[in-house]
Design a protein around this ligand. Structure first.
Ligand SMILES: Nc1ncnc2c1ncn2[C@@H]1O[C@H](COP(=O)(O)OP(=O)(O)O)[C@@H](O)[C@H]1O
Ligand SMILES: [Mg+2]
Length: 410
């Protein structure tokens, strides 16, 4: 049976839960389909004092219904919680052949409560009990082994379903699983057979360098598990002790109302979202400018809109910690989204053309570029100290801005 209705709940940091709304998939007689979302009255009226718009621009706290036709017929904020390429692959792998295609409702219900943010889904209005499905650090070797066999097209047997649950619930394309490490929840991202350089080490080193450059970056740890490296990224949406959700999550793609096929969207557009809805829009817009310049200088060309996110905190929207920051020597030398008046052209000069959108005077913006350039100049030493081998550093150098090798960049 194909489920065509799903109830949406929010789990709050203090342990309280609320029924938020209902989503239904409507199939028209002509064979096309669309989604419809409504808030339940108690959430819309804010009966319990905990309500907020799941997406301030596209799902305001109003009667609705809100219709969705893009992103698999899901409102963007719900699509954000469903698996991407990697998780979908895991889920499809375990389904018997010949089953009908998964619908939008199936995707909402397919993953465990490890999904990003604080939303939970059920087939009835009753909140389902929390279903933890993360793995333990000790399982990492088995999981990595299973993922590699899957990548080679081999059958994977004997792995507990729990391990697949740990792998399927997060977005993104790279193989990953949610695991416990030092008591908290982390996302384990695995090396891939066809990686031409140390991706895990590069992600760990880049996020640590970002943090030393004054950027609020997700905490990472680099492990060696059997023959391979694994980078662990600490979850910023889970309580480190209880593992329960702490905040609602929305991607940059969703706040701009775009879908994955769109070629538009820019850092200044994200800054405008913060200006309108941010709980601390001045500091968060300046932080966004710093991240943009960092991505340009380190050659992180994969800075697409799903690699930016906002969290519902402090009674409003805050920029999430930076994640998925990796220099990309094999990608076209242009950013995935616009940085300035010359679109995605990856230069600090282009970044400076829209400084005002980030609440920065031209002088302040230039000072940030100079500061980052100075702090990033010795990136090779930093990466080596963080465990990246010489051969990988040699390859990664193609991604980093040549400005960093000049004595005076400005
Ligand atoms: N530290 C984190 N805490 C919570 N959610 C995260 C964190 N890092 C990433 N995510 C979520 O997981 C998704 C996939 O992670 P990402 O690092 O982008 O993987 P990939 O390299 O496969 O794109 C992100 O799009 C985001 O929704
Ligand atoms: Mg990503």
């Amino acid at each position: 049976m194909t489920i065509s209705e799903v109830y949406i709940h929010a789990r709050h940091a203090d342990g309280a839960t609320d029924l938020v709304g209902r989503y239904r998939l409507v199939a028209s007689a002509a064979g096309s389909s669309y989604g419809e979302f409504v808030y339940v009255g108690s959430w819309r009226r804010n009966d319990h004092g905990r309500a907020f718009a799941l997406d301030p621009d596209h799902l305001p706290l109003q009667q609705g219904p809100f219709r969705s036709t893009g992103r698999g017929r899901l409102p963007g904020v719900l699509a954000d919680t469903t698996p991407d390429r990697w998780g979908r692959r895991l889920i499809e792998y375990r389904r018997p052949p010949g089953r009908p295609l998964m619908t939008a409702c199936d995707w909402l219900l397919a993953t465990s409560d490890e999904r990003v943010g604080c939303l939970a889904f059920s087939e009835t209005p009753a909140l389902p009990p929390l279903r933890p499905s993360y793995a333990a650090e000790a399982d990492l070797d088995d999981i990595a082994d299973g993922f590699e066999r899957l990548d080679r097209g081999e059958a994977v047997e004997g792995l507990a379903a729990r391990l697949w649950g740990a792998g399927a619930s997060m977005g993104g394309a790279r193989p990953k699983a949610v695991v416990t490490h030092e008591g908290a929840l982390w996302i384990a991202k695995f090396q891939r057979r066809d990686d031409t350089y140390d991706q895990c080490g590069a992600e760990h080193a880049a996020l640590r360098l970002a943090s030393r450059c004054g950027i609020d970056a997700a905490e990472t740890n680099l492990l060696t598990v059997g023959p391979r490296k694994v980078v662990l990224v600490k979850r910023f949406d889970r309580d480190p002790a209880t593992h329960t959700p702490t905040c609602h999550y929305i991607s940059g793609l969703t706040v701009l109302g775009l879908d994955e096929t769109s070629a538009s969207g820019s850092y200044p557009d994200l800054a405008l979202f913060l200006l309108r809805h941010g709980a601390r829009h001045v500091s968060d817009r300046r932080e966004l400018f710093r991240r943009m310049v960092f991505n340009v200088l380190c050659g992180n060309r994969d800075d697409h809109l799903k690699n930016h996110a906002f969290l519902r905190r402090d009674g409003g929207w805050r920029l999430s910690p930076a994640f998925d920051v990796v220099p990309q020597p094999d990608m076209d030398p242009q950013q995935a989204i616009g940085v300035g008046r010359s679109g995605s052209y990856p230069t600090t000069g282009n970044c400076l053309t829209r400084a005002r959108d980030f609440d920065l005077s031209p002088d302040d913006a230039r000072a940030i570029v100079a500061d980052l350039t100075a702090r990033m100049r010795l990136w090779r030493q930093d990466f080596a100290a963080d465990g990246v081998d010489d051969a990988s550093i040699g390859q990664l150098a193609r991604a980093f801005s040549k400005d960093l090798d000049r004595p005076s960049a400005l």
